[in-house]
Design a protein around this ligand. Structure first.
Ligand code: GDP
Length: 481
């Protein structure tokens, strides 16, 4: 099953890739995402096929604009093939019936064959009947006889569409809802000793909205509990509380307070959908919290901050032992600003102020978890993802790094839990932390991913080896593969 099915068009310049792209996209003009800075070299279009959507890419522009010499042409072809292979499930290798078979076609074909990807040979510019008999040469490419088409006249357009879909993996089906047991939202609480993790768990368990059952097979130390939370309108949201060691009185007495040691916490977070990082309302944020949050973000797909012991803060403001704050709201705003500043790498997560002792806003924990969990299933459509990148690059250019700027060609979401965005770019090492954070923020705001951990996987263009002749380089690389 595939979440983002992708088809790439590859071929020498002028074989008619853009025309073909327009045909398949059902439009006449080729300019999609064709803006300076981003995606200049890749045209992308989301094709709505009966079998499900797939993304059509024309990688043709990569490197070819300045490819005037045969050597540069070969290098450009290599880059294009590399990108297509990285991006696509199916590669349409386009050749030109009028030119016949060329050396560069053979070079590209050799590379493509090695990739192990599904390849459809498309012989374009078959503009008049009878031409096909003279096209047997292309079978020498080792990719079958090829499909003869005319992008100009629409000849065999339907066949081309059919062949592409036949080669594509099936589209991901919506999750079965009937009879399938509901997936549980896995949550865990982490934080320094004494911030109130166990108390929060206990407060949750006291809630009348919960039906609790132990998960069979879990050891007493790392017990997992299933919680069925009765939401509004009689809906039931199934949760699983992961690693609740220290949850019950008896266990707590037996075990040291540091029961959530770094090791245990890591184990817990790895199995978690939504991790709650707990802070103490009277103590604020320290280095340990920063480390914990970093870990949580590395491992859990979503992170929420809980500020516990809010009853203390309230009382302290009232009796004047927390001077300088006019009221509870002022303290809350100050606290929140500190959290956002000190935990600046937080993906704009919700910050909930609660009291395990009084039960203040404790039910909210599960509501927020359920909402975030649903968010984690969202699919970000490729079009808007690329338009966002394009806009962000226009609004702020990446800084120069050793004479070069980071440049992105194309991006798509490749995973959920955590959200993973694959970005095809010029050079992986040219993206600095500031710009990365700027991009992260852009994604979080645009797609309302507050609280979701976001990963970028960068795929750079292969480095050109300018010291050797192209044929030598190719030969050497062939030998190495
Ligand atoms: P853990 O080590 O993070 O699991 O923390 P505990 O749940 O053991 O709590 C540490 C101490 O803080 C205990 O004495 C709790 O009674 C107290 N505590 C926890 N939550 C609250 C709260 O919301 N308000 C107040 N006033 N005390 C709390």
């Amino acid at each position: 099953m595939s979440t983002s099915r992708t088809v790439a068009l590859v071929g020498r310049p002028n074989v008619g890739k853009s025309r073909l792209f327009n045909r398949l996209a059902g439009r006449r003009i080729a300019i999609v995402l064709d803006q300076p800075g981003i995606t200049r070299d890749v045209n992308a279009f989301e094709v709505r096929d009966a079998s499900g959507p797939y993304t059509l890419l024309d990688t043709g522009g990569i490197g070819f604009s300045d490819a005037k010499t045969p050597k540069a042409l070969i290098e450009a072809a290599e880059e294009q093939v590399f990108m297509a292979v990285e991006m696509a499930d199916v590669i349409c290798f386009v050749v030109d019936a009028k030119d016949g078979l060329t050396v560069l076609d053979e070079t590209i074909a050799a590379r493509l064959r090695k990739s192990g990807k599904k390849i459809l040979l498309v012989v374009n510019k078959v503009d008049f009947p009878g031409l096909e008999d003279r096209l047997s040469d292309f079978s020498r490419l080792g990719l079958g006889a090829g499909l003869f088409v005319s992008a100009e006249h629409g000849y065999h357009e339907d066949q081309l569409r059919d062949e592409i879909v036949k080669l594509l993996p099936p589209c991901e089906k919506p999750a079965e809802t009937d009879n399938a047991p509901a997936r549980r939202v896995r949550i865990s609480f982490l934080g320094r000793p004494n911030v109130g993790k166990s108390s929060i768990c206990n407060a949750l368990l006291r809630s009348e909205r919960l039906v609790v059952s132990e998960v069979p097979g879990t050891t007493r130390d790392a017990i997992e509990l299933d919680l069925d939370f009765k939401g509004e309108n009689d809906t039931v949201i199934p949760f699983r509380l992961v690693d609740t060691a220290g949850l019950r009185r008896r266990t707590r007495v037996d075990t040291p307070v540091e029961v959530f040691s770094a090791m245990r916490s890591e184990e817990a977070i790895q199995k978690t959908d939504v991790a709650f990082v707990v802070l103490d309302a009277m103590e604020g944020v320290n280095k340990q919290d920063q480390v914990l949050l970093g870990k949580a973000l590395e491992m859990a797909p979503a992170v929420v901050v809980l500020v516990n012991k809010w009853d203390y803060a309230r009382a302290a403001i009232k009796d004047g032992s927390l001077p300088g704050y006019e009221d509870e709201r002022a303290y809350r705003e100050h606290f929140e600003a500190c959290v956002r500043e000190l935990l600046f790498f937080l993906p704009d997560s919700p910050i909930l102020f609660i009291s395990a002792k009084t039960g203040y806003f404790v039910d909210n924990i599960l509501r927020v978890a359920a909402k975030l969990d649903a968010k984690l299933d969202e699919k970000l459509t490729t079009g808007p993802v690329n338009r966002l990148l394009e806009r962000m690059f226009q609004q702020r250019e990446p800084a120069m790094r050793e004479g070069k700027r980071f440049r992105a060609y194309y991006a798509l979401q490749t995973g959920n839990r955590p959200f993973n965005i694959r970005i095809f770019c010029n050079r992986v090492d040219k993206l600095d932390d500031n710009y990365k954070r700027y991009l992260e923020r852009g994604f979080i705001n645009e797609f309302a991913l507050q609280g979701c951990s976001l990963r970028f996987t960068l795929i750079g263009k292969p480095k050109r080896d300018r010291t050797k002749s192209p044929s030598r380089t190719r030969k050497e690389r062939d030998e190495n593969e």
